[in-house]
Design a protein around this ligand. Structure first.
Ligand code: XMP
Length: 502
């Protein structure tokens, strides 16, 4: 394709692949050229941004879900369970709980996120008056809560027990009715009490928890002072209308995905992510259709694809967001094992041309090693980035911590690595390990501490990158940005060079 033809095609909103004519045997064939993040830079543009604080990173995750930062935790078993999802939603992003565990366990993780921050806890943990201290301690430590309400079998509130009440209690057979502060002595408020009024009561009586009861004394919920305070400490948190943190959950495409999705939605999952390496397949497309048919207005992330056609087919099937990425992930060996894939920047550019017409946001999934790649992914047309490796070494990731040569690491593994495959057997997917060709690896990533610090660093880089493109928000970044392809010399020049890095 000549430069003139290419410009014409680009102007007509057609393919943006570059073509190279190469000799294959005795034939000349045209081969598309694909680009990765490191092949390009963003050309600096005049900027009116005076401070990075003026930059707005709000963005759509899917057709109807808005985030305050464009970061999504990958649905991988060494990346995202409840702790990660809670931390990310508090920072304004979202986590997708992986699917490599039995349905009830995955549901439990979703419930944990939903309970983490809610002004009115609809279903506080309860015990019956004759349950023992032993039961109470177990519930408190398993659920990570510091109080428990005592109710009759008819759910009439009888009293409250807080961790302070049992701190020095040694008789594990003691019953709840003997330990609790009984109703009458315990402060309660009527169902429907406003947050403002609850704050006054909590302050007046210097208490941490306020049970809510209906006129006939039935338990109707609870308000915790910690949840009210959190509103101020996490101003960017993304929440549902009920004030609960947003969370997504993944499902597969085989046996039982409708049952799994139904239970996850019932638990409060805000978005269902169809987890499939080759989303541009009958299996992927049918799964999206089936989910829409079964659950109506469920919000669906579908993927993964690497072409405009793949993106269109999933959108037409009903996807509310599409995940882009075949083989760019740090633990992926798909491209090596199968020979298939498209370099990630080209994949995003191709899909963005299609998705724009449908108003469907794209998630750039995999291959992000540094903040500059986030800026490039968004500039190319993605709305958010999905991160695995960058989040895997944090306190909040579920991966195991190990010490190697005196340094701390966490395990990180590709979902298609052999170990994940073995785990899949536990959820009923038939896999014969000897007959299985893994497309991912398992390894170690350095331990990095709190995910909040990692996110702050990434966002600092993104904001700075946006200001280089003269963009105050992500829509402006996508409109203003211009890429320049760089040579090997350019790549060398881009990194630190000719100094011994300390
Ligand atoms: P990063 O680069 O952030 O990528 O570690 C995370 C993404 O990698 C994908 N993924 C896989 N791809 N084989 C693959 O080809 C695998 O075993 C595998 N596991 C995860 C996935 O899209 C994830 O979000």
């Amino acid at each position: 394709m000549s430069a003139k033809d290419f410009k014409a095609a680009a102007a007509a909103n057609k393919r943006i692949y570059f073509y190279r004519t190469v000799a294959v045997g005795d034939k000349m064939v045209e081969i598309k050229e694909g680009l990765s993040y490191d092949d390009v830079l963003l050309i600096p543009k005049r900027s009116s941004v005076n401070s990075r604080k003026d930059i707005n990173t709000e963005v759509m995750l899917s057709r109807r879900i808005k985030l305050n930062i464009p970061i999504v935790a990958a649905n991988m078993d060494t990346v995202c369970e409840a702790k990660m999802a809670i931390a990310l939603a508090r920072e304004g992003g979202i986590g997708i709980i992986h699917r490599f565990l039995p349905i009830e366990k995955q549901v439990e993780k979703v419930l944990r996120v939903k309970r983490a921050e809610t002004i009115v806890i609809d279903n506080p943990f309860t015990v019956l008056p004759n349950q023992t201290l032993h039961d109470i301690q177990n519930i408190m430590s398993e659920q990570g809560v510091h109080s428990i309400l005592v109710v009759s079998p008819e759910r009439k509130l009888k009293g409250i027990i807080t961790s302070r009440d049992i701190r020095f209690e040694t008789d594990l057979k003691k019953e709840a009715s003997e330990i609790m502060t009984p109703v009458g002595k315990a402060i309660t408020a009527p169902a429907g009490t406003t947050i403002e009024r609850a704050k006054e009561i909590l302050q007046e009586y210097k208490i941490e928890k306020l049970p809510l009861v209906t006129a006939d004394g039935t338990l109707a919920g609870m308000i915790a002072s910690k949840d009210i305070l959190r509103q101020y400490s996490h101003p960017k948190a993304v929440k549902s209308r009920k004030g609960r943190l947003l969370v997504g959950a993944a499902v597969g495409v085989k046996k039982g995905f409708i049952e799994r999705a139904g239970k996850l939605l019932e638990a409060g999952a805000d978005v269902i992510c169809v987890d499939l390496a080759h989303g541009h397949s009958d299996l992927g497309i049918n799964t999206v259709r089936e989910l829409k048919k079964a659950f109506g207005d469920v919000e669906i992330i579908a993927g993964n694809v690497a072409t405009g056609e793949g993106c269109r087919d999933l959108i037409v099937a009903g996807a509310d967001a599409v995940k882009i990425g075949v083989g760019p992930g740090s633990s992926c060996t798909t491209r090596i094992v199968t020979g298939a894939g498209v370099p990630q920047l080209t994949a995003i550019l191709e899909c963005a041309k299609i998705a724009k017409d449908y108003g469907v946001p794209l998630i750039a999934d995999g291959g992000i090693e540094k903040s500059g790649s986030i800026t490039k992914a968004l500039a190319a047309g993605a709305s958010t980035v999905m991160l695995g490796n960058l989040l895997a070494g944090t306190d909040e990731s579920p991966g195991m911590t190990v010490i190697r040569n005196g340094r701390k690491y966490k395990i990180y593994r590709g979902s298609a690595s052999i170990d994940s495959a073995v785990d899949r057997e536990t959820i009923g997917e038939e896999i014969d390990a000897l007959d299985y060709t893994p497309e991912g690896v398992e390894g170690f990533v350095p331990f990095k501490g709190s995910v909040v610090e990692i996110i702050n660093q990434l966002l600092g880089g993104l904001r700075s990158g946006m200001s280089y493109s003269g963009a105050k928000n992500i829509a402006e970044l996508q409109k203003n940005s211009e890429f320049v392809k760089i040579s090997e010399a350019g790549k060398k020049e881009s990194g630190a060079h000719d100094v011994e890095v300390a």
